[in-house]
Design a protein around this ligand. Structure first.
Ligand code: GTP
Length: 359
Protein backbone atom coordinates (compact mmCIF):
# COMPACT_ATOMS: atom_id res chain seq x y z
CA UNK A 1 0.00 0.00 0.00
CA UNK A 2 1.34 3.48 -0.80
CA UNK A 3 2.18 5.80 2.06
CA UNK A 4 -0.76 7.31 3.89
CA UNK A 5 -1.39 11.05 3.69
CA UNK A 6 -3.13 13.07 6.40
CA UNK A 7 -4.69 16.50 6.80
CA UNK A 8 -4.37 18.12 10.21
CA UNK A 9 -6.97 20.78 11.07
CA UNK A 10 -5.20 23.47 13.08
CA UNK A 11 -6.78 26.77 11.97
CA UNK A 12 -9.19 27.36 14.88
CA UNK A 13 -8.83 30.28 17.28
CA UNK A 14 -9.11 28.16 20.43
CA UNK A 15 -11.38 30.72 22.11
CA UNK A 16 -12.24 28.44 25.03
CA UNK A 17 -8.55 28.28 25.94
CA UNK A 18 -8.00 32.03 26.14
CA UNK A 19 -5.85 33.68 27.37
CA UNK A 20 -3.41 30.81 26.62
CA UNK A 21 -4.27 30.95 22.92
CA UNK A 22 -3.84 34.72 22.50
CA UNK A 23 -0.16 34.30 21.64
CA UNK A 24 0.02 30.61 20.77
CA UNK A 25 -2.50 28.53 18.79
CA UNK A 26 -4.03 25.66 20.79
CA UNK A 27 -2.21 22.89 18.85
CA UNK A 28 1.15 24.47 19.75
CA UNK A 29 0.57 24.89 23.50
CA UNK A 30 3.24 23.08 25.52
CA UNK A 31 1.70 19.78 26.60
CA UNK A 32 3.80 17.35 28.64
CA UNK A 33 6.85 19.35 27.60
CA UNK A 34 6.37 19.58 23.82
CA UNK A 35 3.89 21.30 21.49
CA UNK A 36 0.56 19.45 21.66
CA UNK A 37 0.80 18.46 17.98
CA UNK A 38 4.09 16.63 18.52
CA UNK A 39 2.13 13.89 20.31
CA UNK A 40 -0.44 13.65 17.49
CA UNK A 41 2.21 13.64 14.76
CA UNK A 42 4.26 10.94 16.49
CA UNK A 43 1.19 8.73 16.92
CA UNK A 44 0.12 9.27 13.30
CA UNK A 45 3.61 8.34 12.13
CA UNK A 46 3.53 5.16 14.21
CA UNK A 47 0.46 4.09 12.18
CA UNK A 48 2.12 4.62 8.78
CA UNK A 49 1.39 8.28 8.03
CA UNK A 50 4.37 9.82 6.21
CA UNK A 51 3.01 13.05 4.70
CA UNK A 52 0.85 15.59 6.53
CA UNK A 53 -0.82 18.71 5.17
CA UNK A 54 -1.48 21.30 7.88
CA UNK A 55 -4.72 23.26 7.31
CA UNK A 56 -3.78 26.56 8.95
CA UNK A 57 -5.41 29.94 9.41
CA UNK A 58 -5.00 31.54 12.89
CA UNK A 59 -1.29 32.42 13.42
CA UNK A 60 -0.37 30.18 10.49
CA UNK A 61 3.33 31.06 10.41
CA UNK A 62 3.88 29.67 13.91
CA UNK A 63 3.25 26.11 12.68
CA UNK A 64 5.97 26.14 10.04
CA UNK A 65 8.32 27.82 12.53
CA UNK A 66 7.69 24.94 14.97
CA UNK A 67 7.73 21.95 12.61
CA UNK A 68 9.51 23.07 9.41
CA UNK A 69 9.60 20.46 6.66
CA UNK A 70 8.97 17.69 9.19
CA UNK A 71 12.22 15.81 8.58
CA UNK A 72 13.08 15.98 12.30
CA UNK A 73 9.89 13.99 12.91
CA UNK A 74 10.36 11.49 10.07
CA UNK A 75 7.52 13.18 8.17
CA UNK A 76 7.08 15.34 5.13
CA UNK A 77 4.97 18.39 6.04
CA UNK A 78 3.09 20.87 3.84
CA UNK A 79 1.21 24.00 4.93
CA UNK A 80 -2.00 25.26 3.31
CA UNK A 81 -3.26 28.54 4.74
CA UNK A 82 -6.75 30.02 4.48
CA UNK A 83 -6.81 33.83 4.20
CA UNK A 84 -10.07 33.79 6.11
CA UNK A 85 -11.10 30.67 8.09
CA UNK A 86 -13.11 28.31 5.88
CA UNK A 87 -14.54 26.11 8.66
CA UNK A 88 -13.67 22.44 9.03
CA UNK A 89 -15.00 21.33 5.61
CA UNK A 90 -13.62 24.30 3.67
CA UNK A 91 -10.25 23.77 5.36
CA UNK A 92 -10.13 20.08 4.37
CA UNK A 93 -11.04 20.96 0.76
CA UNK A 94 -8.38 23.69 0.64
CA UNK A 95 -5.67 21.45 2.14
CA UNK A 96 -6.54 18.63 -0.29
CA UNK A 97 -4.96 20.70 -3.08
CA UNK A 98 -1.60 19.66 -1.61
CA UNK A 99 -2.35 15.91 -1.50
CA UNK A 100 -0.50 13.68 -3.96
CA UNK A 101 -2.72 10.58 -3.76
CA UNK A 102 -5.27 9.46 -6.35
CA UNK A 103 -9.09 9.64 -6.12
CA UNK A 104 -9.54 6.17 -4.58
CA UNK A 105 -6.92 6.54 -1.82
CA UNK A 106 -7.88 6.88 1.85
CA UNK A 107 -6.96 10.21 3.46
CA UNK A 108 -6.75 10.59 7.22
CA UNK A 109 -8.15 13.83 8.68
CA UNK A 110 -7.37 14.78 12.28
CA UNK A 111 -8.74 17.57 14.46
CA UNK A 112 -5.71 19.28 15.97
CA UNK A 113 -6.97 19.18 19.54
CA UNK A 114 -7.63 15.51 20.23
CA UNK A 115 -5.60 12.97 22.20
CA UNK A 116 -6.59 9.47 21.19
CA UNK A 117 -5.22 6.02 21.84
CA UNK A 118 -7.23 4.29 19.12
CA UNK A 119 -5.67 2.18 16.38
CA UNK A 120 -5.61 4.56 13.39
CA UNK A 121 -4.22 1.79 11.15
CA UNK A 122 -7.21 -0.42 11.92
CA UNK A 123 -9.63 2.46 11.25
CA UNK A 124 -8.03 2.99 7.82
CA UNK A 125 -8.02 -0.77 7.08
CA UNK A 126 -11.73 -1.02 7.98
CA UNK A 127 -12.50 1.95 5.69
CA UNK A 128 -10.64 0.38 2.77
CA UNK A 129 -12.08 -3.13 3.30
CA UNK A 130 -15.67 -1.81 3.33
CA UNK A 131 -15.02 0.63 0.44
CA UNK A 132 -16.61 3.39 2.51
CA UNK A 133 -16.88 7.03 1.47
CA UNK A 134 -16.07 8.15 5.00
CA UNK A 135 -15.21 6.39 8.27
CA UNK A 136 -15.67 8.29 11.53
CA UNK A 137 -13.89 7.43 14.75
CA UNK A 138 -16.59 7.28 17.45
CA UNK A 139 -16.01 7.39 21.18
CA UNK A 140 -18.44 6.85 24.05
CA UNK A 141 -18.94 9.57 26.65
CA UNK A 142 -21.02 9.51 29.83
CA UNK A 143 -22.93 12.67 29.00
CA UNK A 144 -23.45 12.90 25.23
CA UNK A 145 -25.89 15.85 25.56
CA UNK A 146 -22.93 18.26 25.27
CA UNK A 147 -21.96 16.79 21.87
CA UNK A 148 -23.60 15.84 18.61
CA UNK A 149 -24.30 12.10 18.68
CA UNK A 150 -23.77 9.50 15.96
CA UNK A 151 -26.08 6.45 15.86
CA UNK A 152 -25.06 3.39 13.79
CA UNK A 153 -26.82 0.19 12.65
CA UNK A 154 -25.63 -3.36 13.37
CA UNK A 155 -23.16 -3.18 10.44
CA UNK A 156 -21.56 0.03 11.86
CA UNK A 157 -23.18 2.14 9.13
CA UNK A 158 -23.84 5.65 10.44
CA UNK A 159 -27.59 6.34 10.24
CA UNK A 160 -27.62 10.00 11.31
CA UNK A 161 -25.37 12.82 12.47
CA UNK A 162 -27.42 14.53 15.15
CA UNK A 163 -26.96 17.99 16.70
CA UNK A 164 -26.75 18.45 20.48
CA UNK A 165 -29.99 17.41 22.17
CA UNK A 166 -31.07 16.92 25.81
CA UNK A 167 -32.16 13.34 24.96
CA UNK A 168 -29.39 11.76 22.83
CA UNK A 169 -30.23 8.42 21.20
CA UNK A 170 -26.71 7.03 21.82
CA UNK A 171 -23.67 7.99 23.87
CA UNK A 172 -21.41 7.57 20.84
CA UNK A 173 -20.02 10.86 19.59
CA UNK A 174 -17.82 12.10 16.77
CA UNK A 175 -14.24 11.73 18.04
CA UNK A 176 -12.60 14.06 15.47
CA UNK A 177 -10.59 11.56 13.39
CA UNK A 178 -11.91 10.76 9.93
CA UNK A 179 -10.88 8.64 6.96
CA UNK A 180 -12.17 10.09 3.69
CA UNK A 181 -11.89 8.51 0.28
CA UNK A 182 -10.01 11.28 -1.57
CA UNK A 183 -12.68 11.74 -4.27
CA UNK A 184 -15.25 12.52 -1.54
CA UNK A 185 -13.15 15.47 -0.32
CA UNK A 186 -13.18 16.78 -3.89
CA UNK A 187 -17.01 17.09 -3.73
CA UNK A 188 -16.77 19.75 -0.95
CA UNK A 189 -17.22 23.19 -2.56
CA UNK A 190 -13.90 24.97 -2.99
CA UNK A 191 -13.18 28.36 -1.39
CA UNK A 192 -16.40 28.39 0.64
CA UNK A 193 -17.03 28.23 4.38
CA UNK A 194 -18.24 24.68 5.05
CA UNK A 195 -18.69 22.69 8.28
CA UNK A 196 -18.17 18.93 7.97
CA UNK A 197 -20.25 18.39 11.10
CA UNK A 198 -23.24 20.49 9.96
CA UNK A 199 -23.09 20.06 6.18
CA UNK A 200 -20.74 17.42 4.72
CA UNK A 201 -21.46 14.46 7.04
CA UNK A 202 -25.28 14.86 7.14
CA UNK A 203 -25.24 15.47 3.36
CA UNK A 204 -23.32 12.26 2.64
CA UNK A 205 -25.68 10.22 4.85
CA UNK A 206 -28.73 11.73 3.17
CA UNK A 207 -27.28 11.01 -0.28
CA UNK A 208 -26.91 7.31 0.63
CA UNK A 209 -23.10 7.24 0.66
CA UNK A 210 -21.53 4.58 2.90
CA UNK A 211 -20.54 6.45 6.05
CA UNK A 212 -19.08 4.03 8.58
CA UNK A 213 -18.57 4.38 12.30
CA UNK A 214 -15.40 3.09 13.95
CA UNK A 215 -16.49 2.70 17.59
CA UNK A 216 -13.66 2.41 20.04
CA UNK A 217 -13.26 2.51 23.81
CA UNK A 218 -9.59 3.44 24.20
CA UNK A 219 -8.23 6.67 25.72
CA UNK A 220 -9.82 9.79 24.20
CA UNK A 221 -9.79 13.45 25.19
CA UNK A 222 -10.74 16.73 23.49
CA UNK A 223 -8.35 19.27 25.01
CA UNK A 224 -10.49 22.29 24.06
CA UNK A 225 -11.12 23.59 27.60
CA UNK A 226 -8.56 24.57 30.26
CA UNK A 227 -9.56 21.68 32.54
CA UNK A 228 -9.27 19.16 29.69
CA UNK A 229 -5.98 20.65 28.51
CA UNK A 230 -4.42 20.24 31.98
CA UNK A 231 -5.80 16.70 32.23
CA UNK A 232 -4.33 15.79 28.83
CA UNK A 233 -0.87 17.01 29.76
CA UNK A 234 -0.96 15.17 33.11
CA UNK A 235 -2.29 11.96 31.54
CA UNK A 236 0.65 11.95 29.10
CA UNK A 237 3.15 12.50 31.92
CA UNK A 238 1.49 9.79 34.02
CA UNK A 239 1.61 7.38 31.07
CA UNK A 240 -2.17 6.97 30.77
CA UNK A 241 -1.71 7.57 27.04
CA UNK A 242 1.67 6.41 25.75
CA UNK A 243 3.31 9.02 23.50
CA UNK A 244 6.48 8.57 21.45
CA UNK A 245 7.00 12.37 21.69
CA UNK A 246 7.62 12.72 25.44
CA UNK A 247 10.85 14.69 25.89
CA UNK A 248 12.29 12.81 28.87
CA UNK A 249 11.64 10.50 31.78
CA UNK A 250 8.20 10.90 33.29
CA UNK A 251 6.24 9.59 36.26
CA UNK A 252 4.69 11.82 38.85
CA UNK A 253 6.22 14.84 37.13
CA UNK A 254 8.13 15.93 34.04
CA UNK A 255 10.79 18.63 34.46
CA UNK A 256 12.30 20.28 31.38
CA UNK A 257 16.00 21.23 31.20
CA UNK A 258 16.99 23.99 33.61
CA UNK A 259 13.91 23.62 35.81
CA UNK A 260 14.72 23.91 39.51
CA UNK A 261 12.36 22.02 41.80
CA UNK A 262 13.28 22.29 45.49
CA UNK A 263 13.56 18.93 47.26
CA UNK A 264 11.29 20.53 49.90
CA UNK A 265 8.55 21.29 47.32
CA UNK A 266 5.77 18.77 46.64
CA UNK A 267 5.19 18.23 42.92
CA UNK A 268 2.89 15.43 41.76
CA UNK A 269 -0.08 14.33 39.68
CA UNK A 270 1.73 14.37 36.33
CA UNK A 271 2.65 18.07 36.54
CA UNK A 272 4.89 19.40 33.76
CA UNK A 273 7.51 21.97 34.81
CA UNK A 274 8.74 24.25 32.02
CA UNK A 275 12.36 24.95 31.16
CA UNK A 276 14.13 27.12 33.76
CA UNK A 277 10.96 27.30 35.91
CA UNK A 278 11.49 27.47 39.67
CA UNK A 279 9.39 25.73 42.33
CA UNK A 280 10.54 26.90 45.74
CA UNK A 281 10.70 24.99 49.02
CA UNK A 282 7.29 24.47 50.63
CA UNK A 283 5.37 25.08 47.40
CA UNK A 284 2.79 22.47 46.39
CA UNK A 285 2.07 21.76 42.72
CA UNK A 286 -0.34 19.03 41.72
CA UNK A 287 -1.79 18.04 38.33
CA UNK A 288 -0.69 21.28 36.66
CA UNK A 289 1.21 22.71 33.69
CA UNK A 290 3.90 25.29 34.47
CA UNK A 291 5.33 27.30 31.56
CA UNK A 292 8.97 28.08 30.89
CA UNK A 293 10.66 30.55 33.28
CA UNK A 294 7.74 30.79 35.73
CA UNK A 295 8.23 30.96 39.49
CA UNK A 296 6.12 29.30 42.18
CA UNK A 297 7.19 30.84 45.45
CA UNK A 298 7.51 29.05 48.73
CA UNK A 299 4.18 28.27 50.39
CA UNK A 300 2.11 28.74 47.20
CA UNK A 301 -0.35 26.04 46.14
CA UNK A 302 -1.05 25.27 42.45
CA UNK A 303 -3.60 22.56 41.68
CA UNK A 304 -5.20 21.54 38.36
CA UNK A 305 -4.03 24.83 36.81
CA UNK A 306 -1.96 26.30 34.00
CA UNK A 307 0.70 28.92 34.76
CA UNK A 308 1.96 30.72 31.65
CA UNK A 309 5.57 31.33 30.67
CA UNK A 310 7.36 33.87 32.85
CA UNK A 311 4.46 34.18 35.32
CA UNK A 312 4.99 34.37 39.09
CA UNK A 313 2.78 32.94 41.83
CA UNK A 314 3.70 34.52 45.15
CA UNK A 315 3.97 33.00 48.55
CA UNK A 316 0.68 31.95 50.13
CA UNK A 317 -1.32 32.28 46.89
CA UNK A 318 -3.66 29.43 45.99
CA UNK A 319 -4.61 28.39 42.46
CA UNK A 320 -7.23 25.72 41.83
CA UNK A 321 -8.62 25.20 38.33
CA UNK A 322 -7.09 28.49 37.25
CA UNK A 323 -5.31 29.78 34.14
CA UNK A 324 -2.56 32.38 34.57
CA UNK A 325 -1.49 34.17 31.39
CA UNK A 326 2.14 34.60 30.31
CA UNK A 327 4.07 37.08 32.46
CA UNK A 328 1.22 37.65 34.95
CA UNK A 329 1.93 38.03 38.67
CA UNK A 330 -0.37 36.61 41.33
CA UNK A 331 0.42 38.50 44.52
CA UNK A 332 0.61 36.88 47.96
CA UNK A 333 -2.52 35.34 49.51
CA UNK A 334 -4.78 35.70 46.44
CA UNK A 335 -7.00 32.70 45.87
CA UNK A 336 -7.92 31.92 42.26
CA UNK A 337 -10.42 29.10 41.85
CA UNK A 338 -13.10 27.48 39.66
CA UNK A 339 -11.97 28.57 36.22
CA UNK A 340 -10.44 31.94 37.22
CA UNK A 341 -8.33 33.36 34.38
CA UNK A 342 -5.69 36.06 34.69
CA UNK A 343 -4.81 37.84 31.44
CA UNK A 344 -1.16 37.99 30.31
CA UNK A 345 0.95 40.64 32.00
CA UNK A 346 -1.65 41.49 34.68
CA UNK A 347 -0.36 41.96 38.25
CA UNK A 348 -2.66 41.14 41.16
CA UNK A 349 -1.35 42.97 44.23
CA UNK A 350 -1.14 41.31 47.62
CA UNK A 351 -4.59 40.69 49.09
CA UNK A 352 -6.73 37.85 50.29
CA UNK A 353 -9.43 37.97 47.64
CA UNK A 354 -11.00 34.89 46.13
CA UNK A 355 -11.46 35.23 42.34
CA UNK A 356 -13.41 32.87 40.12
CA UNK A 357 -13.88 34.89 36.90
CA UNK A 358 -11.68 36.77 34.45
CA UNK A 359 -9.03 39.12 35.82
P1 GTP B 1 -12.81 26.96 20.19
O1 GTP B 1 -12.76 28.35 19.56
O2 GTP B 1 -12.39 27.01 21.64
O3 GTP B 1 -14.12 26.27 19.99
O4 GTP B 1 -11.69 26.05 19.50
P2 GTP B 1 -11.35 25.82 17.92
O5 GTP B 1 -11.18 27.13 17.26
O6 GTP B 1 -10.18 24.90 17.86
O7 GTP B 1 -12.65 25.12 17.35
P3 GTP B 1 -13.04 23.58 17.35
O8 GTP B 1 -12.56 22.95 18.60
O9 GTP B 1 -14.48 23.46 17.02
O10 GTP B 1 -12.24 23.05 16.06
C1 GTP B 1 -12.00 21.69 15.81
C2 GTP B 1 -10.72 21.57 14.99
O11 GTP B 1 -10.89 22.20 13.72
C3 GTP B 1 -9.54 22.25 15.66
O12 GTP B 1 -8.41 21.44 15.43
C4 GTP B 1 -9.43 23.59 14.93
O13 GTP B 1 -8.08 24.05 14.87
C5 GTP B 1 -9.93 23.24 13.55
N1 GTP B 1 -10.65 24.34 12.87
C6 GTP B 1 -11.84 24.90 13.26
N2 GTP B 1 -12.21 25.84 12.37
C7 GTP B 1 -11.25 25.89 11.41
C8 GTP B 1 -11.07 26.66 10.20
O14 GTP B 1 -11.87 27.53 9.85
N3 GTP B 1 -9.94 26.41 9.47
C9 GTP B 1 -9.03 25.48 9.83
N4 GTP B 1 -7.95 25.30 9.06
N5 GTP B 1 -9.16 24.72 10.95
C10 GTP B 1 -10.26 24.92 11.73
Amino acid sequence: MRELEAILLVGGQGTRLRPLTIGTPKPLLPTAGVPFLAHQLARARSFGVRRVVFATSYRAEMFSDAFGDGSAFGLSLEYMTEDTPLGTGGAIRNAAEALTCGPDAPVLVLNGDILSGHDIGDQVARHVAREAALTLHLTEVEDPSRFGCVPTDETDRVTAFLEKTPNPVTNRINAGCYVFTRSVIDTIPQGEVVSVERETFPGLIEAGALVLGYPDASYWLDVGTPAAFVKGSCDLVLGRLPSPALPGPTGDLLALPGAVVSPEAKVSGGSAIGARAVVEAGAKVTGSVLGDDCVIESGATVADSVVGAGARVASGAVLRDAVIGDGAVVGPRNELVEGARVWPGVTLPECAIRFSGDV
